[in-house]
Design a protein. Structure first.
Length: 255
């Protein structure tokens, strides 16, 4: 058996327990990068030097040590799985790189105000309805994160039916499509400013299904990561540069 075939089988098995976005962003990406940088070969011929070649190639592409270690972790998971299936006589342990992490910069209140003003200016300058809606939904997304400290995926999958304006509660459901990290349904309390903002948005758009609706009853964005990329671009245009600035996750640090 070659390593490509084994990786394909491992990915298919993992789909039973892992979220589709996890499969795409970690499992399938490991497969692509491994085959691109190391190449296909017999699984039984795997040696630590193959992992070293993968790591060297990722470094040459400018991939951070944090991300490389994520690939190493997945590679170790794959090797252990292959060993459990008796595809490998022994699963070598691939050591992670030493990480030199900078503490993430947490946006303060002035930063958040500036970011909201920036998004509102871009809505005014938008030269078509689609782009105007994109930026409006980014504003909604940002307001929900600021007001609740929710994870980006929790906001991404929200429908308007999950927002109870009477109780001022947002309910995050644990479903097959979206698995809450805590493994159960949970409720997020809306502060006054968020409840008033979302109520105004709902009154202006009563036919929408999703909080991030495209106007046709579907989510405008493909996945939560696409929103992170959008905010990363906004940060760069605002002069907030550097890998230590987390575009989305840092909002949770305030909770």
């Amino acid at each position: 058996m070659d390593i490509k075939t084994a990786l394909d089988e491992w990915i298919e098995v993992s789909k039973v327990t892992k979220h589709p976005n996890t499969i795409k962003m970690h499992y399938q990406l490991l497969k692509k990068q491994y085959l691109d940088l190391v190449g296909n070969h017999k699984l039984s011929n795997f040696r630590p030097r193959h992992a070293e070649k993968l790591i060297k190639g990722l470094k040459a592409q400018g991939v951070s040590s944090v991300t490389i270690n994520m690939r190493i972790e997945r590679l170790n998971t794959f090797l252990n799985w292959a060993h459990s299936k008796h595809y490998l006589h022994k699963a070598p342990k691939i050591l992670k790189l030493k990480e030199h992490r900078k503490l993430p910069r947490i946006l303060n209140d002035n930063d958040l105000y500036a970011l909201l003003q920036y998004l509102q200016r871009h809505q005014e300058k938008a030269n078509n309805d689609h782009w105007r809606r994109c930026v409006k939904l980014q504003e909604r997304f940002l307001m929900a994160l600021i007001g609740t400290g929710a994870r980006r995926s929790e906001v991404f999958y929200l429908t308007w039916n999950q927002i109870d304006f009477g109780r001022r509660i947002i309910t995050v459901y644990h479903t097959e499509e979206f698995e809450v990290k805590e493994g159960r349904e949970k409720e997020l309390i809306m502060p006054d400013f968020l409840a008033a903002y979302l109520w105004s948005e709902r009154q202006a758009n009563p036919k929408e299904k999703f909080l991030l609706d495209d106007g046709q009853g579907h989510s405008l964005y493909r996945n939560p990561l696409s929103l992170s990329h959008a905010f990363s671009r906004h940060f760069q245009r605002m002069g907030w540069k550097g890998r230590e600035i987390k575009p989305i996750h840092s909002f949770r640090a305030k909770y």
